[in-house]
Design a protein. Structure first.
Length: 64
């Protein structure tokens, strides 16, 4: 048989891909919202944690 590998594949370019469905767009929005919430909470948590760490100027280092 003379099957050619090129004839068995589809050459899909970005412009030829179907537009995202409404469900995919909603999922993307939800994912972005979750990311925003996560980053906000992580930032606040780290800020609170670093606020509890004494500054280097307050430490007394004993000479060796």
């Amino acid at each position: 048989m003379g099957n050619n590998a090129a004839s068995n594949t589809n050459d899909l370019r970005r412009s030829e891909l179907p537009a995202p469905s409404q469900r995919a767009a909603e999922f993307e929005r939800l994912l972005k919202d979750c990311r925003e919430i996560f980053l906000d909470r992580l930032s606040k948590s780290l800020a609170g944690m670093f606020d509890k760490v004494p500054s280097a100027a307050a430490w007394e280092l004993a000479p060796r």
